[in-house]
Ligand binder design. Structure first.
Ligand SMILES: Nc1ncnc2c1ncn2[C@@H]1O[C@H](COP(=O)(O)OP(=O)(O)OP(=O)(O)O)[C@@H](O)[C@H]1O
Length: 263
């Protein structure tokens, strides 16, 4: 278990990023502490994936500072990546591999011994009711089964910092309950979770801190209870719409349907 300290696991200082001439991140400051589950939300194009990709060391050309586990990631030492788990939203899992081959491969990439990775992956698959599919090709898996394989692959090396993009996508109601509980128990163990999703009902329940990105800036950073107290709105979905200045869903839907119905 990770030692609980007051040092941030992750801190961003005046993070800015532009593509061509357009700024997509316009000065982000954020300190994230061990055990926090950050619900990282914002409209399409707000810059969420860009921030996450920068933290994973996948995108260069930013300005400002990114510190993970206390070190500036620009210092060239990629050791920090070994303590990170990542579940991207869309992923080309190696369709031709079996779950067993894929998971032991990923485990080895993260430095887990082959037999240990295989033993752990097999037991984690069985926790999700997938023991009989362990030696089947991923090509034959449903969306939810793939999602479970991805979740397992991100956790094999017992990382301290997790980045999840829509981790519940495709999961049935029972599996959603299990995964939510897993996240909450990981956080209780001091693991830090950065959780991006567009499903506000889930973010509202899972996160103990919500960071709303709008136009490349942090538009809100508080617990759901604090956000609720600050605004007159009841649900996170309503707070989200209020903070992003969006009130036209009815009119847009009406116009959309009327265009659909044009003869
Ligand atoms: N490689 C790139 N080159 C040029 N523009 C890019 C690139 N990647 C992202 N962008 C632009 O940066 C902006 C932010 O994109 P980003 O993917 O970070 O948003 P997001 O908040 O993750 O959106 P979504 O909710 O749709 O996933 C968008 O306007 C996008 O078009």
């Amino acid at each position: 278990m990770m030692e609980l300290t007051n040092e941030p696991v992750l801190s961003l200082r005046d993070l800015r990023m532009k593509y061509e001439d357009r700024y997509v991140l316009r000065g982000i400051d954020l300190d994230v502490y061990p055990g926090q589950i950050i619900g990282y939300i914002g409209p399409n194009g707000a810059g969420k994936s860009t921030t996450v990709k920068i933290m994973l060391g996948l995108v260069q050309g930013y300005t400002g500072e990114v510190r993970i586990f206390g070190r500036d990631i620009a210092d060239g030492d990629v050791e920090y990546k070994g303590r990170i788990g990542y579940v991207p939203e869309v992923v080309e899992v190696y369709d031709n591999l079996t779950a067993s081959e894929y998971l032991t491969f990923v485990g080895e990439l993260y430095g887990v011994d082959r037999d240990a990775a295989d033993y752990k992956a097999r037991r984690l698959m069985s926790m999700f009711g997938l023991e009989t599919s362990y030696h089947d090709r991923i090509a034959s898996f449903s969306k939810g089964m793939r999602q479970k394989v991805l979740l397992i692959s991100s956790l094999l090396h017992n990382p301290d910092l997790l980045f999840f993009d829509e981790p519940l996508s495709g999961l049935d109601a029972n599996s959603v309950m299990i995964v939510k509980e897993i996240l909450s128990q990981l956080s209780a163990q001091g693991k830090t979770i950065f959780y991006s999703s567009h499903i506000m009902e889930v973010v509202e329940k899972i996160s103990n801190r919500i960071v709303l990105l709008h136009d490349g800036q942090v538009a809100a950073d508080a617990s759901f209870e604090e956000l609720k107290a600050q605004s007159k709105e009841g649900t996170l979905e309503e707070i989200f719409n209020q903070l992003t200045g969006f009130h036209e869903h009815k009119q847009i839907a009406e116009q959309f349907v009327s265009i659909v119905q044009e003869e």
